[in-house]
Design a protein around this ligand. Structure first.
Ligand code: IVH
Length: 682
C-alpha cells in the first residue's frame, strides 16, 4: 500500500485532530488511547522522514486540543506540558541513554510515580486560597472549572503556609468504586452506563451544575507545581522532585503513596512491571508509570522539547482496550437458563491475550450501546475480568448496518422460547430439559470452586452428554474407563485419569457438594458456613428457614432459595442418586474446624476478609481464622467483628462495613489479630 506520503500525512492529521476534539473537548473518545498513540507515532515518523512536509499546525506540534466554549479560558502562567511515551523496555532504556548523554554521563536518580488515568488539573492558590482550577486544554490555555473542582473533597479550599502564589498540578480521577457504583445504578435504572473512569471524571468536571459534579465522588493526586512565587516559593520550585512532593503533601494536598526512588533503568522497569501486574489492586485506573529525574539541577540541564520535558517519560502499560471487527452477535445459555448475548470478534490482542469473544451482558446493554454485526467496536479486557464490548466506533459503521434483535428462541436443539420477565434485565430459557443448561450445570459441578474434578471441562461434558452417557451430575458416578475411552480423543490413560478424578470427588467436603448444586445465591462462602453449622448436606437442605437464617453470612434470600430448590422432586431425587452412587454428603472440611493445638484467640469472632492477605491464599486466610475458633463468612453483616482489608479489596464490603460501623484493619494487622484476638487500631 504505497500511499503518497503527503496524502497520508494529511489524512493522519485530519483523523488525529478529529480524535483530539472527541477526547479533549467532547470527553467522548471513539478509539482507545493506544490506537490514538499509534496514529500520532505514524504521523511523527512520516514527518521525520519528510521534513519538508512539517507544519506548525500539525497535531504533532501541540498538546491535546483547544478548549470548548462552555467554560471560560484560563491562560496557564507556566505551560502544562505533555510527556513522551515509552511503549516497552527498549524505549525506556533508550530514554535512559538520552538522559545519560544529556548529562554527559553523570548518573541520575529517578523517581517512579504511577501514571494516573484521569484529567490533568492546575490548582492556583493565592495567599492560601484556591482561586482557579483549570484543565490542561492545549497546554497554554485551559478551561476554568473552579466551581466544579471545589466540590472535590480531597482538594482544600484554603491552605496554610503556602507561598503567595502557588500552583499545584495533578490528576483529577474517579475512583473505580465510585465508577462501578454509578454504573450499577445506571444499569438498574436502564440508563446508559459510563464508558470508563477517565471519561466519567472528564464528563463530571464539565457539568454546568456543580451539584452534579459533587455527587460523582471525584478525587485528586498532586504530582507537580506550576507558577510559585515569593520567598518560600523559590524553594519549592527549585527543589528536587521528591522534596517538592514532600512539601506539597505537608501543605495538605494528597500525594500518591506508591512512589519509588531508584538509581537504574532496570529498577525503573521492575517498578513498571510490578504495577502492570498489580494495576487492578488499586481503586483508581493507572495507564502506566511516569519516570522523572529527581535532581532540579539535572532537570534544568536536560530541558524541554517543544512539547515535553526531556527529564521525564511515561512508560505505558500494554493496552486494555483495542478496536476490532464484530463479526456476529450470538446468545449463550447458562446453567440457570440465563441467555447472555456475546460478540464474536475478529481476534485481537488485548489485556495480555488474544480475544475472539466478548460479553455484551444483556439485551438492554446491546440496545443502549447499539452495537451491530459488522461494526468496528472497542473491546476491553482488564485483569481477570471477562472481555467486554465497550461500544461501536460510529464513524466506521457500514452504511447498510441494522440494529440487532434479541432472538426469541433458545439456540439449543429444543428451540424453546426465550422469556424476559417484566422488570428483569435477563432473558431466560425456561425449558427444564434445555441441553445447554444441563451441560452448564455439569460443568459447574466440576469447577475448582465446587467439586474440583480435574479434566472435566466444557468439551468433555459436551461429549458425555451427546453420547447419552450422562444427563445429570449423578450419572458421572456411573461412568467407567471403557465408556470414556470410547469417546473421541480419549486414550486409555486419559480415560483412567478422568475416572479417578471423578472417583476422588466422591469424598469432597459437604460444602463443595452444596456449592456444586448451583443453587441461586448460594456460593462457596455461605455453603461453608452452613456445612459447619449443620454437619452434612441433608441437614442443610431439610432445615427450616429459621434454622438456616441463624447462620452467619446466610440471609433469608439464600435460605429461601435453598428451600425452593429442595422442594423440587427432581432435585430431591438427584441427592438420593448421588448418595446411592457413593457421593459422601457428610465429609467435614478440616480447614473449617478449630485447631485444638492453636489458642482459640478468635472464639466468637466473625472475621470477614476482602482482597488478598499477603502470605495467605483466600481459603488459607479463612482457615487461619477458623482454626482459632472464629468464623469467616463471605459478607459483612451486623454481627461482623472486623473487616480485614487486603490488596484489591472489594468496594461493596468496605461500604457496607462503613455503613454498619464495623471496624476495619489492613492486611498487616491480620497477624496481630490472629495472635491476640484484639483488633488493633487502624
Ligand atoms: S507529570 C511536565 N506525573 O499524564 C510533566 N503526569 O501523558 C507533567 N499524568 O499530562 C506531567 N500521572 O495528565 C505527571 N504522576 C504523574 C502523572 C501524570 C498522570 C498525566 C498528566 C500528563 C499526562 C501525560
Amino acid at each position: 500500500m504505497a500511499e503518497d506520503p503527503q496524502e497520508r500525512i494529511a489524512a493522519l492529521r485530519a483523523e488525529i485532530n478529529r480524535h483530539n476534539i472527541a477526547y479533549h473537548t467532547n470527553d467522548a473518545p471513539e478509539i482507545p488511547d493506544i490506537e490514538f498513540d499509534l496514529l500520532v507515532r505514524e504521523l511523527r515518523e512520516l514527518e521525520e522522514r519528510h521534513p519538508e512536509l512539517v507544519d506548525a499546525e500539525s497535531p504533532t506540534q501541540g498538546v491535546g486540543s483547544a478548549t470548548s466554549a462552555t467554560f471560560a479560558p484560563v491562560t496557564h502562567a507556566v505551560p502544562m506540558m505533555s510527556l513522551d511515551n515509552a511503549m516497552d523496555v527498549d524505549e525506556l532504556q533508550a530514554w535512559g541513554e538520552r538522559v545519560s548523554r544529556g548529562l554527559d554521563g553523570e548518573p541520575a536518580r529517578f523517581i517512579c510515580e504511577l501514571k494516573i488515568d484521569g484529567l490533568a488539573m492546575s490548582l492556583r492558590y493565592e495567599r492560601g486560597a484556591l482561586v482557579t482550577a483549570a484543565t490542561r486544554g492545549d497546554g497554554r490555555t485551559g478551561e476554568d472549572v473552579t466551581a466544579n473542582v471545589r466540590t472535590i473533597s480531597d482538594i482544600p479550599h484554603q491552605i496554610e503556609g503556602a507561598p503567595p502564589v502557588f500552583e499545584v498540578r495533578g490528576e483529577v480521577y474517579m475512583p473505580v468504586s465510585a465508577f462501578d457504583a454509578y454504573n450499577q445504578a445506571a444499569t438498574e435504572a436502564g440508563e446508559r452506563t459510563l464508558v470508563n473512569p477517565r471519561n466519567a471524571a472528564a464528563g463530571s468536571l464539565r457539568q454546568k451544575d456543580s451539584a452534579v459534579t459533587a455527587r460523582r465522588s471525584l478525587a485528586f493526586w498532586a504530582y507537580d507545581v506550576g507558577e510559585v512565587s515569593g520567598d518560600a516559593g523559590t524553594d519549592i520550585a527549585a527543589a528536587d522532585h521528591m522534596a517538592m512532593l514532600t512539601t506539597i503533601e505537608q501543605l495538605g494536598l494528597p500525594v500518591n503513596p506508591a512512589i519509588r526512588t531508584v538509581d537504574t533503568i532496570d529498577d525503573v522497569f521492575e517498578f513498571c512491571q510490578h504495577w502492570a501486574d498489580h494495576r487492578h489492586d488499586l481503586d483508581y485506573d493507572i495507564d502506566g508509570v511516569v519516570v522523572k529525574v529527581d535532581s532540579a539541577d539535572q532537570r534544568r540541564r536536560l530541558g524541554f522539547t517543544s512539547r515535553a520535558p526531556r527529564w521525564a517519560i511515561a512508560f505505558k502499560f500494554p493496552p486494555e482496550e483495542r478496536t476490532t471487527r464484530l463479526v456476529d452477535i450470538q446468545v449463550s445459555v447458562g446453567r440457570t437458563g440465563r441467555a447472555t448475548p456475546f460478540a464474536v470478534l475478529e481476534p485481537v490482542f488485548v489485556g495480555g491475550s488474544t480475544v475472539s469473544m466478548a460479553t455484551l451482558h444483556n439485551q438492554d446493554q446491546v440496545r443502549l450501546k447499539d452495537v451491530r454485526p459488522g461494526d468496528v467496536v472497542v473491546v476491553r479486557k482488564a485483569g481477570d475480568v471477562i472481555p467486554e464490548v465497550v461500544g461501536p466506533v460510529l464513524s466506521e459503521r457500514p452504511a447498510d448496518s441494522k440494529p440487532w434483535d434479541f432472538p426469541s428462541l433458545c439456540p439449543c436443539s429444543l428451540l424453546s422460547t426465550l422469556v424476559r420477565v417484566d422488570g428483569e434485565a435477563d432473558t431466560r430459557c425456561v425449558e427444564a430439559a434445555c441441553p445447554f443448561q444441563r451441560d452448564q450445570r455439569i460443568i459447574y459441578w466440576a469447577t475448582r470452586g465446587a467439586m474440583d474434578i480435574e479434566g472435566l471441562g466444557e468439551r468433555t461434558v459436551a461429549q458425555l452428554t451427546a453420547a447419552g452417557l450422562v444427563s445429570d451430575v449423578a450419572d458421572l458416578y456411573r461412568l467407567d474407563v471403557d465408556m470414556v475411552e470410547a469417546l473421541e480423543g480419549f486414550a486409555r490413560i486419559s480415560a483412567e485419569k478422568l475416572i479417578s478424578a471423578i472417583d476422588a470427588s466422591r469424598s469432597q467436603p459437604a460444602w463443595r457438594v452444596l456449592t456444586g448444586f448451583g443453587i441461586k445465591h448460594l456460593g462457596p462462602s455461605a455453603s461453608q458456613s452452613l456445612a459447619v453449622a449443620f454437619g452434612n448436606v441433608r441437614a442443610v437442605l431439610s432445615a427450616t428457614d429459621v434454622e438456616r437464617d441463624k447462620v452467619d453470612g446466610v440471609g433469608s434470600v439464600i435460605s429461601a432459595s435453598i428451600a425452593a430448590w429442595f422442594d423440587m422432586e427432581s432435585n430431591r431425587e438427584l441427592v438420593d442418586r448421588l448418595e446411592a452412587n457413593g457421593v459422601r454428603l457428610d465429609v467435614v472440611d478440616p480447614a473449617l474446624i478449630p485447631d485444638e493445638t492453636i489458642a482459640a484467640t478468635l472464639d466468637g469472632h466473625v472475621v470477614v476478609i476482602t482482597g488478598n492477605v499477603p502470605g495467605y491464599t483466600r481459603d488459607g486466610a479463612k482457615a487461619a481464622v477458623v482454626a482459632r475458633g472464629g468464623t469467616s463468612p463471605g459478607s459483612v453483616s451486623k454481627s461482623t467483628t472486623v473487616l480485614v482489608v487486603g490488596e484489591g479489596a472489594g468496594a461493596s464490603k468496605l461500604t457496607k462495613a462503613e455503613q454498619l460501623g464495623v471496624p476495619q484493619i489492613d492486611a498487616d494487622a491480620f497477624e496481630t489479630l490472629l495472635e491476640t484476638g484484639e483488633i488493633p487500631p487502624s
